[in-house]
Design a protein around this ligand. Sequence first.
Ligand code: SF4
Length: 307
Amino acid sequence: MSEIAIKSNDKVALNNPIKISYSKGQAFKACERKFRYQHLEIHAVDPKKPGLMPKNLAPALALGSHGHAIMEHAMKELQPKDFPYSQDDCILAANNAIVWGMQQPRGSRTPEIMKQIMHFLANSFPVMGWRIIAVEQEYMLPIGKDPVSGRDIVYPFTVDLVIELAGSIYIVDYKFAADDYSQDRIDIEPQIPGYIGAMRALGIKVVAGFYVFLRTRKMNDIEAQVVTKPCRPNDVRIQQSFKEHLMTTGKIIKVQNDPEWEPTRNAGPNCNYCDFKKVCAIELRGEDASLMKQIDFLPNDYGYEEL
Ligand code: SF4
């Protein structure tokens, strides 16, 4: 682990980097077995992309991904417009993004989230004073070198929205889930603090973040369904969140370099929502699940890793 430390974002050419994202780290911490299916197992169709992706994404995950795509479409349309953005421009961007969303492969899910998206863009966004700086921007922070392979290790992350508010920079994360986070959960979640730490290490002076909850629970009160909450971690928490990610990164690199590695199963309530539960159960019985892995799954499309 001593090999890994935050480095500045010098424009060095990266040597075929190993990319350990926040979600990869979280997957490893949640269940090593699932992590191995999700990020290490090779699919015959594309051995360059380690990891298996279910052909049918879990419904909640698919809706979240679709919602993010619609928001990205709207924000990219709005970004070049004159600031402060007029309500008309915000409504037009929301309308166009929703129509675009309807035409996408997951378009039939759009009605579940379009009221929330329209409310946020038409009523909240025009009066928030947020100037759009970057939309779905991907960053790569070099954090060390794998002593075994010599490859660079990077922390890749994509920020839903970077904004300027009253002269300071903030990051924004959308959540499409049934409920918003309690203040206790906001105080614990490492995602925004980790991103802030990484962006500061890249020289981008981010002050704090916001979660925008576009709740998928059916509700009559739109004000309660679309909620924006700030996340203002102090420096200690930012460093701690990033240290935790570095520690997990070290463990992941170690197991990736160990062909004998046997992951532990973390069986529990999460198994009910696990895309790999059938494969996991078959293998737990000592039977072969390789055919199922090839038929029911595709090569990883999680975004970052490619050998
Ligand atoms: S079913 Fe449970 S134990 Fe098996 S991989 Fe999924 S989360 Fe882990």
